[in-house]
Design a binder for this molecule. Structure first.
Ligand SMILES: [Zn+2]
Length: 261
C-alpha cells in the first residue's frame, strides 16, 4: 500500500511540471512562424500574395520606397496592406555598408560610410511617412538593410527602439519565448533551400516551442537570393495544414504579443 502511495506521489510530481510546460505558449499554439519578404519585389505581388491570401496566411513585407516595384505598383502595395499584411520599414534607399565583403553592388551614394546619423534617421522617418500614406498605420516593425546597424562608428539601434515595435536582423536562430530580443529578431535567410528543408525548420520550432522567422527575397526568381515556387508553396501548405499548432502572423503581431506578456 505504502509503495502504491509512493508511486502515485511520484507520478503526480512528475506530471505537474510537464503539464505546465505543455501549455502552448504562442497565442495558444506550439510555435510561431513569421514569413518576411524583403525589398518590394514584383514577385511578392505576383507570386507570393496570391498564395498567402488563398491560404489565409498573413506576412510582413519589408519595402524600400526606392525600389522599382514599389514606385511602379504603389496601388497594389496598398491592396497588400489592406489585405492584412504588414508593410515594414526598410528605409527609403536601402543603405548598407559598401566596404563589407561581397558588397560591390552597393552604390557609393547609398553606402552607410557616406551617411551621417541625421541623414539615416531622416530617411527612416520619411520612409515611415511614405508607408503611412500607403497603409494609414502609425505602428510597424523595421528590418535593418543588409543586417547593418552602424553609421560610421555609431549604432543607430537606439533610434530604431524609439520608433518601432520591433526590428528584424539576419541571424538564423530558433527563439523561445523569453529569449527574443525585440530589436534583433533573428531570421533564416532563404536561398535555394528545398521545400523539405523549409518544413524542417518549422518542425524544429514546433519541437522547441520557438519562434522561427523566414527571410525571403526572390520567390520564383527576380533576385540572386531565391527560393523555388514549389519549395515556397510546400512550406505554406504545411503551415496551413498544421494551423492548429502553428501561429503564423506578421512580425508586428508577434512583437505586440511578446511585449504584452
Ligand atoms: Zn533588403
Amino acid at each position: 500500500m505504502t509503495r502504491i502511495c509512493y508511486l502515485i506521489l511520484l507520478t503526480t510530481l512528475s506530471l505537474t511540471p510537464a503539464r505546465a510546460g505543455d501549455k502552448p505558449p504562442w497565442h495558444g499554439k506550439q510555435c510561431a512562424v513569421c514569413l518576411t519578404y524583403d525589398d518590394a519585389l514584383n514577385v511578392h505581388i505576383d507570386n507570393v500574395v496570391p498564395i498567402l491570401d488563398s491560404l489565409g496566411l498573413k506576412a510582413t513585407f519589408y519595402v524600400s520606397g526606392f525600389f522599382p516595384s514599389f514606385k511602379a505598383r504603389s496601388k497594389e502595395w496598398k491592396s497588400v496592406a489592406a489585405g492584412g499584411h504588414e508593410l515594414g520599414n526598410h528605409t527609403l534607399f536601402h543603405p548598407c555598408e559598401g566596404k563589407a565583403p561581397g558588397r560591390e553592388w552597393v552604390r557609393p551614394e547609398y553606402a552607410l560610410e557616406s551617411y551621417t546619423m541625421k541623414r539615416m534617421i531622416d530617411e527612416i522617418e520619411m520612409a515611415d511617412v511614405l508607408l503611412q500614406a500607403i497603409d494609414g498605420k502609425s505602428l510597424r516593425t523595421f528590418a535593418y538593410p543588409c543586417g547593418d546597424r552602424k553609421v560610421g562608428d555609431s549604432s543607430y539601434v537606439e533610434n530604431i527602439k524609439k520608433r518601432f515595435v520591433a526590428a528584424r536582423g539576419v541571424e538564423g536562430k530558433m527563439q523561445k519565448i523569453g529569449e527574443v530580443d525585440l530589436y534583433d529578431i533573428g531570421a533564416y535567410m532563404i536561398n535555394g533551400q528545398s521545400g523539405d528543408e523549409l518544413v524542417q525548420l518549422v518542425k524544429k520550432a514546433m519541437e522547441s516551442k520557438a519562434l522561427v522567422v523566414f527571410l525571403f527575397h526572390g520567390v520564383g526568381g527576380e533576385h540572386t537570393l531565391n527560393v523555388s515556387l514549389s519549395a515556397h508553396s510546400q512550406l505554406l501548405h504545411f503551415l496551413k495544414k498544421n494551423s492548429k499548432e502553428i501561429w503564423v502572423a506578421p512580425l508586428i503581431d508577434i512583437a505586440k504579443y511578446l511585449k504584452a506578456m
